[in-house]
Design a binder for this molecule. Sequence first.
Ligand code: TRP
Length: 529
Amino acid sequence: MIAVQCFGLNGDFLNETIEAGLATTEEAFMYFNGRLSAVDRARIAVWLVRENSMPQNGRRGYLFRGSFMAGARQSIHGQWSSRWVFFLAATGSAVGLGNIWRFPYVTGENGGGAFVIIYLLCVAAVGIPIMMAETLIGRRGRQSPINTMRLLAEDEGVSSKWHYLGWMGVVAGFLILSFYSVVAGWSVAYIFYVGSGVFAQTTVEASAAQFTALTDSAWELLGWHTLFMIMTVVVIARGVQGGIEQAVKWLMPALFVLLLIVVGYAIATGDFSGAISYLFKPDFSEVTANSVLAALGQAFFSLSLGMGAIMIYGSYLPADASIPRTVVAVAVCDTVVALLAGLAIFPIVFAFGLEPNGGPGLVFVTLTIAFGHMPGGQIFGALFFVLLTVAAWTSAISILEPIVAWLIESSGWSRRRASVSAGLGAWVLGIGALLSFNYWAEFTLLGKTFFDWCEFLTTSVMLPAGGLLIAIFAGWRMSRASTMEELGLSDGAIYSTWRFLVQVVAPIGVLAIFVNVLVVFLRDLGVFD
Ligand code: TRP
């Protein structure tokens, strides 16, 4: 008689004694394959076969062990209908407020051209390889990031502590969504402002005053934040194919076309050469340790890396789709949109004598001036903010999805209940973020409000740290065979380059930037005097 134990994600959930003599791994494999559903197979990390007389000694002492081929796993949450949909969903996740709201103002705060070059380097050398790593980990595990990490650690025979990486992602997701939803709320508000015509022939002062009036009013912010969070929860609750896939299919291409129109206007009427030289003429004397960290953080934020969003989207990717090609396409689109946003905004900034370091209000103040003066600006402007809202929406969905998937897996809740609960949590945190602009504006720690801290802790600390760990896991803990299989690459130059980037370049790059910032910080505190 033989005892069989399967270790699933939450300990063993199949434990039985059978008559059949399973003598080899293959026989055991056939036995389980016939007996278990695809969903159960996906949940099983390892199975152990022992003699019945052997002590049931946890995971030790067995005749032989095995696991199902990772390629046979399926997600219980669903799958994209094609690789193209994954591309749209991942691009929908990547392209968002990070490109249109954050990239221009962070570029402005960090001096322009040199920052842009460092940013592009971060995307190419660190962002793209890590995005491939995150996607391949997701597809191999086919579960929420926490459970995927646990499963793959089990597959590869490494410490199960790796699943804490998934936990950090959950915390980061809540923090990001809290401030993200508030800013997305501004975008919703601006649909109505611009559409109502208040910006016709507006001045710099009037446009800035309108923005301040919005952020001063906690109740109005709360209304827009609530509306946006409900929109996000509604799509998530409808599921992967029924909700997310439908949402991204039409809206992404439309956003791109509108952005081109606004850029066209900015080129025709604004200070385009000023903008080009600001964005592309590097002045490296402006570069500090902090601006390098800002560039790295922006790369992670803009590509949605480091917290499991791309991992969960990867877990819905069909098995035969090529990860390297799709990921490169997503990263290129994301970067093009960010640069286009810069080319739309800086000509207006310079033409109207605004300061490039205008902070989080930059996009809202500058673009409304442009819309106020262009023919048909009322309609174009409203449409632009509709699309900015949509871009933010498809991103917010991806921030919430890993958390919701985990809630479903671990609690057995319906998708609906999990979505509402997670959304409620993020909504409460978001109240702290929106109060940072009015009632709590004075509450600062080291000069940062609650909003600033959420943004800083996630983009500059948790996302790079998460990316670092993902790179180490994919580069050093997973076997060459696993990653090669998942990437669909043979052992050639492309694979070697990727492996070198995740093993060496990405970890050292992230660590060096962290250490540098820490040293500067301590020096400023006077520790080295
Ligand atoms: N990338 C999105 C943007 O640029 C924001 C985003 C979506 C994100 N999912 C994420 C950021 C996951 C970090 C992690 O607006």
